[in-house]
Structures are given as C-alpha cells and as structure tokens.
Design a protein around this ligand. Structure first.
Ligand code: PAF
Length: 288
C-alpha cells in the first residue's frame, strides 16, 4: 500500500521509523511525470531494498528558464497510481517552503557549490542548473537519511555532481542506472511529451548520432574531432539546434586528449528541438 506524505518532515520521520525497524531504504528522487525511465529506477530499488520511497518535487532552483519551469509537465494523481501499481512504499512531496523552511523565499535559499563536475556542458548552457540540483538533492538526502539512492545515467553530469555530494556528506550510496530508451532509441524523458510527432522523429537522430560515434569507436577510431563531426553531421539531418555534441573522459570530466590515446570516452549531446531541450549520452568504451 502506497503511503502518500505531503510534507518532507513527516517523510523524514517515516524513514527514521523504517531504519529503526532495521529496514534498508531505497530512494528515487524525481520531479514527477513518471515515465519508463523512472519506473526502471523504482523497480530496481524495490528489488534491492526492504522499502522504497520516491520524492516528487519540481525544483524551481534548477530551472534557469522560467518558461521551462512553468511548462514542465506535472501529473501528481497519475504518478501516485503508477507508484501504487509498482509497489512503491512511500511518496513524498512538499512546497518550496516545506523543502527550505529556513528561507523566506527562493532568492533567500543558500545555493550549494556543485563541485568540479559542474563545469562545462550543462554548466555552460544552463547556468545555475547544477547548483539548483545539488541544493535540492542535498536537502532531499537530509530528509531521507542513509539509503541507496537511484539516479539515471541519462543526466550524466548530474550523476557526477550527486556522486560528489554523497562523497562529501558520507551518504547515501549512489546507484547509477542504465538509460531506458523507446524502441526508436529516444531516451525516456518527461520532456518528450512536449514534442510534436515530427519533432519526436527528429529527436531519434540523437541516439543515431551517439551510436554512429560508438560504431566508429568500435572500429578503432580514436580521433575525437572525427567522432564529434560524425555526431554533428547526423544531427544536422533534421531541424534542431545543437548545443553540444562532444566527448569527455567519463571519470575525470576532462576533454579527452589525443596524447592519452583516448582509451575512455563518453559522448554527450544536448539539442533544442523547437522549444524542447533534450540531452543524452553513450559510453563509447563500454558495452556492445
Ligand atoms: O533528475 C531529476 O529528476 C532531478 O534533477 C532531481 C534529481 C529529482 C532533482 O530535482
């Protein structure tokens, strides 16, 4: 039976109570509008822990564009139904004031430094975004306490920021999870539902571009310019604005240098299709 808790302080008490009973907690932080990507995190958490809790909070601190915040899809009632069906134990939400009771308003909240992995890419294109993510995730971790926390790899830079935060806090254990894709290859995202049919078809070029880079990598190509040019030429086949199509060292977040022989790389893409911004990535040095 899903327990719906409408403020994070009571959710925190619920978590303490679970730990007192010796239960291991799995936690999936979300902004709601749950899709197959979230569902796979929740199912994994249910499989690996005694109890699972989910947070739903559309965090205003991580939107650098107020229009994006206002149009971000919200579907609380259908989210609850999905969670109930999955067998999730508890979901909590809350107002800005519930999350940050010490602050008089958004401008007053102390914003945390997201650390070294916030530089470049999302850090450049969405100023303040990773700071906002770090600030709210820190707060959510403090409410939930020690647990296993599940994050999708689609938001790879976010994952690095959260891993850094957990290292500083000393908890929780971060569990990175594979990106879940539609049969077209398009990664699940709450924003996909803002795409028209034609835009969604264009968006499938993102994964095509990533897999083309991976195929080249698999044939031994290590020239990062060539790998990036391949991605860009595929993205250019449909109408979208490419913010970046780059490679990074997945561990130290540096641009891979040819001198190091490029033995590790992750390809990352951000595009805007109409008003909708999508990101995705693929490890070139892992998997098939
Ligand atoms: O990935 C998300 O949905 C959000 O960035 C998160 C981690 C829930 C923080 O608001």
């Amino acid at each position: 039976m899903l327990e719906i808790i409408e403020n994070p302080t009571s959710a925190s008490d619920w978590c303490k109570n679970q730990r007192a009973q010796g239960h291991c907690i799995g936690f999936v932080p979300t902004m709601g509008t749950l899709h197959a990507g979230h569902q796979s995190l929740i199912e994994r958490s249910i499989g690996e822990n005694d109890v699972t809790c989910v947070s739903i909070f559309v965090n205003p601190l991580q939107f650098n564009d107020s229009n994006d915040f206002e149009t971000y899809p919200r579907n609380l009632e259908s989210d609850y139904k999905i969670l109930e069906k999955l067998g999730c134990d508890m979901v909590f939400c809350g107002t800005n004031h519930d999350m940050f009771p010490e602050s008089c308003g958004l401008d007053d909240i102390e914003i945390l430094d997201p650390g070294p992995h916030a530089s470049g890419l999302e850090g450049d294109y969405r100023p303040g975004h990773l700071e906002g993510v770090c600030t709210v995730v820190d707060r959510l971790f403090r409410f939930v306490g020690d647990c296993r926390a599940y994050f999708g790899q689609k938001d790879y830079q976010q994952l690095l920021v959260v891993q850094h935060l957990a290292k500083i806090l000393g908890y929780p254990q971060i569990v990175p999870c594979e990106t879940v894709r539609q049969s077209s290859g398009l990664a699940y995202s709450s924003r996909n539902r803002l795409l028209s049919g034609r835009e969604e078809t264009a968006a499938t070029n993102i994964y095509r571009a990533l897999t083309a880079a991976k195929s080249l990598w698999n044939t031994g190509v290590r020239d990062s310019q060539k790998l990036c040019a391949t991605m860009k030429s595929i993205l250019a086949e449909s109408s979208m604005t490419v913010e970046y199509a780059v490679l990074r060292d997945p561990d130290n977040w540096q641009r891979p240098s040819q001198k190091d022989g490029l033995d590790r790389a992750i390809a990352l893409i951000a595009v805007k299709i109409g008003e909708v911004r999508l990101i995705d990535n693929l490890r070139l040095d892992h998997g098939i």
